[in-house]
Design a binder for this molecule. Sequence first.
Ligand SMILES: C[S@@+](CC[C@H](N)C(=O)[O-])C[C@H]1O[C@@H](n2cnc3c(N)ncnc32)[C@H](O)[C@@H]1O
Length: 213
Amino acid sequence: MTDHSEGLNRAATGTDAATDVDWDTQAASFDDEPDHGLRDPDVRRAWARRLTAWLPERPCDVLDLGCGTGSLSLLAAEQGHRVTGVDGSTAMVALARAKLAGRDAVFLVGDAAAPPVGEQRFDVVLVRHVLWALPDPGRALRHWRGLLRPGGRLVLVEGVWGTVSPAGIPADDLTALLAPLTGDVRLERLSQETELWGKEVDDERYAVVAVLE
Ligand SMILES: C[S@@+](CC[C@H](N)C(=O)[O-])C[C@H]1O[C@@H](n2cnc3c(N)ncnc32)[C@H](O)[C@@H]1O
């Protein structure tokens, strides 16, 4: 992921929110990063393998929050899942719609913390590199729990990016926020998995799969 910490000048808590990132402006070049656009077949394959492991085997309903240009949405759709994507940026949503044209996927403009999905419920809430940017991650997690069907899961891919002015949410903070919601939390450290990032990284990268009772 691009280091958006430059110019944000914030601590690595995720609580101050990345409201000063203009995602509409970022959209056109967003996929240039290897882990964003997944254009390199090796990187793409690495993410596809992870998603296979993190998502249920049977076709299910996946809510991709802060879906960006829809790269993970596309992988999920290719694996047979029905995808609803939500993003606050109209430019990102336009790119996601184009990327998944003809697929079983719907994209909405809206707030990831309180997505406009009405009464619809999902088997998976998938969130990559977004929770850290929300003003109140704990509140968002509680809301997302309510969007899941019984036995549903949160798949959260997060990290702390940059070393000079790090931004993000550390794994320990995220697992602490999840503890009151479920005891079934699996943390996977991903910093050493260079095939996911298309390069060596020396900051904190991880995924959490939390199955809700
Ligand atoms: C770093 S990008 C990640 C995109 C995508 N999840 C991925 O992994 O490729 C963060 C995305 O979250 C979106 N975003 C940030 N805050 C949001 C909010 N409060 N509601 C909806 N989308 C938001 C941005 O527009 C951007 O598309």
